[in-house]
Each structure stands twice: as C-alpha cells, then as structure tokens.
Design a protein around this ligand. Structure first.
Ligand code: ADP
Length: 506
C-alpha cells in the first residue's frame, strides 16, 4: 500500500503542504514540505480579507511541489486538510470562482449584527446549542454578510447557484470539481462546522432555527462529516491521480490530534502570536460558565472528543512589541537570557492587553498595562514581565477550566514559536502547577491532519502519537508561597487593566 499522506495546512499567513510517511514501526514522519505566504488585505479598520483564489492557487502549487519532491503521486494514499478556522468564502457553483474576498476570522465587520442578537437575548440559546458566545469571530454572521453584500447572491442561493463554506470546504470543492463544476463535493468536517454558530454540538447537525436567526439559508451550507471520513476524490487532472481526501479538521483541533491529546484531561496550547488552549474534556460535554468556548476536539466515527477552548490574544506579540516597539531586544530569542539575568520580577507585571483581553476576561476595551514600576525597573523587567505574562494568562485559562468542572489536567502539551523559550516554559510549569511537554517535531497542526487521513484510509490504526524523538519536559518546582505571591501581583495588574478600560466618569 502507498505509505504517504499529503497534509494541506492552510493557515492565516501561509499555505503549506507537507508529505508524511507512515513508518513501519508506527508514527508519521515528514519527508517533504512546501510553503507560500498569503497576502493580507485590510480594506477598512477592523476588516481582514484573503483572496480565496490565491489560497487555491497556493494549495495547488505547494501540493504539486511536495508530490514531486516525495517521488510522485503514486506513493500517496490520501490527503488530509487543516485550516484557519471561521474564515468564510462565497462562490459560484458553475464557475468555481469566489464572489467576494474571503472574510478572515479576525474580521470585526459583523460586530453590530452579533451585538444586536446578543441584545435581543439570543446568546443563551446559541451558547447552549453550539458552545459559542455571540461574536463576529464565528462564521454565521460572515456568511450572512457575504450573501447580503454580493448582488443577487440571496436570490441565487435559493436556486442552488452559490455556496458558502469555511476554507476546508472551499478547498475540497476545488479539489473535487471538474472545470464546469461537475462532481464537486460540498462538505465540511464537524470541528470546522462547530465554529460557525450554526451546528448543534450534540447532534453534529445544522440547526435550522439558528440558520434562520443568522439569516443563512440552509441550501448554501455544506454537509457535515466526520474528521476521518472519505470526503471526496481529487479531480485526477490536478495531481495525476484521483487521490482520496480522507480527513479534515480546524487548525487548533488538528493540533490537539497532532499532540495525541486524546483523553479527558489532555490539553494543548499553541504559543504563537496569540495562544490557543484546547482541553479535551472526554466523551461528554462540559458546559462553560467561565466564558470558555465549548467545541469538538474531533469526531471520528463514534469516537467523539468534546473540548473547551480559550484564546489569549497576545502571547508572542508581546515579545514582538519588546523587539519592534520598545526595541529592548533585537531578536525574540534574546528575551530568555535577559529574563533569566534577574533574580525575580522586581514586582513588575505586564498585562499584554494590546488588542483587549480574551478568555476568560473578554474585555475588548482593555489595553496593555504595566504595574509595579520603581526607579530600579529597567528593560529586563519589561522583558521578564512579558514572558511571565504568558504563564499567568495560561493559569487564568486553566483556573477557568477547573471552575467549569473539566477533568483535571494531567499534562500541558505545547507548540508554537514561543516554546523555544525555556525560561517561559519553566515558568508556565511553575505557575500552572502542571507538567509541560514540548514534542521535538513542532508541526502539530499538519501532523494532526495527516493522522486523521492516515486513520481514515487505514494506514494507521489509531490517533496515538508515536514520536521518534523524546519530548522536552518542564516539571513544576516553585514553592507554593512564591507562586501565590506572584499570582496575587498578577491579579492586581489585571484588575488595574480592567479598571483603566472602564474610566470613572466623575
Ligand atoms: P504564528 O504561527 O502565530 O505566526 P509562531 O508559532 O511562528 O507564530 O511564533 C512566532 C512568535 O514566537 C513570535 O511572536 C515571536 O516573537 C515568538 N518567539 C519566537 N522565538 C521566541 C523566543 N525564543 N522567545 C520568546 N518568543 C519567541
């Protein structure tokens, strides 16, 4: 049997293809990679767009490069897809051309629409069914905006002439369509569907009442499938064979699978520009009262993992600010030695609310705040406070998980650029009182998509991780008294940031 999987990782800033080989001893090994950067469009304040046609071209190019480098299409068994979540596309079914630029997950243009729904009291119903709060982040309000903005789109939607989808749905359509659109598959997977505000988490079906609430006709929505299902076969003229598409998951969920965080109490956090925690809560849902998001970890046949998710808006971006804004470091990596050069934080705390505070605070108007400055405070204190803030923010999310009654965390699996910083990782272990584990291979998102496709096509028997190299580990070693003192300082700083965002009118 062919032993290679082609993983497509369509991210916010780039499109990547990675070929993985199923090793005879278990596990998937990367053998070829290709990447193309993606142009970002900012047509107005708060608006972010991508060109879906550019995304498709880059997907074709990177896949072709990787197939050639890995020895030809005949060596491949299947394709798996992972993608930036929530980003929404509207296209013409006959031409296969997008009818508008894709609206990216960060885009806030539908804030008024979702605020109106919240003000009208719809949030409890939406949250109970979908796990999500009402926010322009999620796809439903973006789909509706596209249908309203493109002339004739609503009329054509009723006739089946236009469709919507998130990025994996768009790519699967393009991968399976003939030139005139014949044969195209219009499908999504349950994890991506769980980010629309339209899918009932319990049944994994669209909710007609929510589709009506958001004014999205059911006729434009894709079919919801499992994450390792057979989602279609590639049009043979694209790569030279009708490769089956056998897996799909949103990026954060794919990373959960990549890490092998498959049991209740397993969690992963990706520390990049922002940080995304996804905690596997097991086979039964846990409803959040702490403003975490309820979502699916994965759905493979009857094996369904529920998850809670929390986002930190500024993680690595705080380090970028030290570098590009304050200019106290010239490279991100310098931050480690600088922070370590201090015996402690000197009482200085940085709340990196540059773009507001995410879960569990959800304070969009909060801004970056520094507390505890004295005449002894220097550049190193700013650096240390920025790195420490990653751990405190993680702790806030883990406390929210605990308040929600999620299963106790056993180990925190980490990936992303910031995890190169050993000071920060030890500090996370200390402040969060949890073992931190970083795999040697870092492409967890692509690995997750590859694992799902390999499982779907029968190349591997389960989603467990079989790393060749041992992961790096950080074990908590801080005294409780010290931890409590630091957390007290952090909470004071968060309070200051929230108070500053709500100035006293008198
Ligand atoms: P993204 O996928 O969001 O673009 P990456 O996972 O590539 O992010 O991580 C990039 C981030 O990691 C940047 O914000 C950068 O400042 C930060 N970073 C990289 N190396 C280090 C380091 N040694 N210490 C702290 N932060 C780092």
């Amino acid at each position: 049997m062919n032993r290679l999987i082609l993983a497509i990782d369509q991210g916010t800033t780039s499109t990547r293809a990675i070929a993985f080989e199923a090793a005879p001893e278990g596990g998937l090994q990367p053998v070829a990679v290709s990447q193309i950067e993606l142009e970002q469009h900012f047509p107005q304040s708060g608006w972010v767009e991508h060109d879906a046609a550019e995304i498709w071209d880059a997907t074709l190019q990177t896949c072709r490069a990787v197939i050639a480098e890995a020895g030809g299409v005949d060596r491949f068994a299947a394709i798996g897809i992972t993608n930036q979540r929530e980003t929404s596309v509207l296209w013409d079914v006959t031409t296969g051309e997008p009818l508008h630029r894709a609206i990216v997950w960060q885009d806030r243009r539908t804030a008024d629409a979702t605020s109106k729904l919240a003000a009208a009291g719809h949030e409890p119903r939406v949250q109970a069914a979908t796990g999500l709060i009402l926010d322009p982040y999620f796809s439903a309000s973006k789909f509706a905006w596209l249908l309203d903005a493109v002339p004739g789109a609503r009329h054509r939607a009723a006739k089946g002439e236009v469709k919507v989808g998130t990025i994996e749905t768009w790519l699967i359509w393009k991968l399976t369509a003939k030139k005139n659109g014949a044969g195209a598959r219009h499908v999504t997977d349950a994890t991506n569907a769980s980010r629309t505000s339209l899918m009932d988490l319990a049944t994994r079906r669209w909710r007609p009442d929510l589709a009506a609430l958001f004014n999205v006709p059911m006729a434009v929505l894709p079919e919801i499938r499992g994450c390792a299902d057979h989602l279609g076969d590639c049009e043979p003229s694209l790569f030279g064979a009708a490769l089956p598409i056998h897996g799909a998951a949103g990026d954060q969920q794919a990373a959960l699978v990549g890490h092998g965080a498959l049991k209740a109490g397993d969690a992963k956090i990706t520390y990049g520009t922002g940080a995304f925690l996804v905690a596997n809560v097991g086979a039964a849902p846990v409803a959040s009262t702490s403003r975490l998001l309820g979502t699916l970890g994965y759905a493979v046949g009857d094996d369904v993992a529920w998850a809670l998710e929390g986002s930190i808006f500024s993680a690595g971006s705080a380090i970028q600010w030290l570098r590009d804004g304050l200019k106290v470091i010239s490279e991100s990596g310098e931050s480690e030695a600088m922070a370590q050069g201090l015996k402690d934080n000197g009482g200085v705390y940085l709340v990196p609310g540059f773009t507001g505070l995410g879960a569990p605070w959800w304070e969009p108007d909060a801004r970056g705040t520094i507390t505890g400055l004295t005449r002894d405070s220097g550049p190193a204190h700013f650096v240390r406070a920025a790195l420490e803030s990653l751990a405190y923010q993680t702790r806030d999310l883990l406390d929210a998980l605990a308040r929600d009654g999620a299963p106790r965390l056993k180990v925190l699996k980490v990936d992303g650029g910031v995890t190169a910083n050993a000071f920060a990782m030890q500090f996370v272990a200390d402040i969060c009182e949890v073992e931190v584990e970083r795999p040697a291979f870092q492409e967890m998102t692509a690995l997750g998509a590859a694992k799902l496709a390999a499982l779907g096509v029968g190349l591997i028997g389960d989603l467990e991780d079989h790393p060749v190299e041992a992961p790096e580990r950080w074990t908590p070693r801080m005294e409780a008294v010290e931890r409590d003192r630091l957390l007290g300082g952090w909470r004071g700083a968060v309070r200051a940031a929230i108070i500053a965002a709500n100035p006293d009118p008198t």
